[in-house]
Design a protein. Structure first.
Length: 306
């Protein structure tokens, strides 16, 4: 059966950013504009009125919202998200592979995969959409903002599901590398580490807890020198912060980790000290073409202090 394409959005992608959407709930607002002003207090009244005057706020029926338009519910309204004074991240991504269905990018540290919080134009997705003019680009998985390395994207809706299904079915081999502290005289690491990970009191973190393990990582020592070691980490499961928490639990927190063991304050990025965790390689059988695929990040980690 042929999969139907979704209807065209009321607003096109602009500068790599697709329109955001908000549903109008039942409520007492006299106008749509008043609802938007109350719903998004971080955006000033003047900014909303400027967007509305520029026809940058459109309903699901492609009808522009005016400043005086009466509130009606249910209705979906589309608008462009924007950020003032977004901090530039001085590292560039690299496209390693691209065909009609798949794109593989090498992400630098500090860059989030998708827009979040104070990052919009500096997210990897928006950067790639803007540069490559690929409005249908969608990430197939995520890696942390602090982590560098490989990220896979779908470029076509019709085959997206086939690639997405590889991840929950564990039909893709992922390998990471990490630099950790190392004690002289230690000659090995556990080949496999398992534990139960649960949400911590702080939303940014997870922690280990008693109970049936729900996370598993294979570990291999690649090199050790000068009080540091290079590890190969192969996650069997894909829990949030799994590799970082497992290394921390083994007494080897990943070098320059801003969350474990100590959560650093927000807005304290040090571009000279990136997290020493790299999504190094992925391998799988392409679900569309049947070809074996293997991609490797050109980045490398050093045991020298950084």
């Amino acid at each position: 059966m042929t999969r139907r394409r979704p209807p065209t959005l009321p607003l096109p992608t602009r500068d790599g950013v697709g329109p955001s959407c908000v549903g109008l709930p039942y409520g007492p607002w006299p106008t749509i504009a008043e609802f938007l002003i109350e719903r998004f207090p971080a955006i000033t009244r003047e900014a909303w009125l400027e967007r509305i005057a520029a026809n940058d706020v459109i309903d699901e029926h492609h009808v522009p919202v005016t400043a005086a338009r009466r509130y009606q519910s249910p209705l979906r309204v589309y608008y462009y998200r924007s950020l003032d004074n977004e901090v530039h991240i001085p590292f560039e991504e690299q496209v390693l592979f691209q065909d009609d269905h798949l794109l593989v990018a090498d992400k630098p540290p500090f860059v989030p995969v998708t827009p979040t919080g104070k990052y919009l134009q500096e997210s990897l997705l928006v950067r790639l959409k803007r540069k490559l003019k690929l409005d249908d680009l969608v990430p197939l998985h995520r890696i942390d903002r602090s982590t560098s390395g490989l990220v896979l994207f779908s470029t076509r809706l019709e085959t997206r599901g086939a690639y997405q299904q590889m991840f929950p079915e564990r039909r893709i081999d992922k390998h990471y590398e990490a630099v950790v502290p190392w004690q002289d005289g230690v000659s090995c690491v556990p080949a496999t580490y398992r534990s139960r990970l649960v949400d911590d009191d702080h939303f940014m973190r997870v922690r280990e807890a008693p109970g049936e393990p729900n996370s598993e990582t294979h570990i291999e020592l690649l090199a050790a020198h000068g009080g540091r070691a290079l590890l190969k980490l192969s996650p069997v499961t894909g829990r949030k912060h799994q590799l970082r928490v497992h290394c921390q639990a083994l007494g080897m927190p990943i070098v320059n980790d801003p969350i474990y063991p100590v959560l650093l304050p927000e807005n304290t990025d040090d571009f000279g000290k990136p997290l020493q965790l790299l999504a190094k390689s992925v391998a799988f059988t392409d679900p569309v073409t049947g070809e074996p695929r293997r991609f490797t990040s050109p980045r490398s980690l050093s045991l020298a202090p950084r």
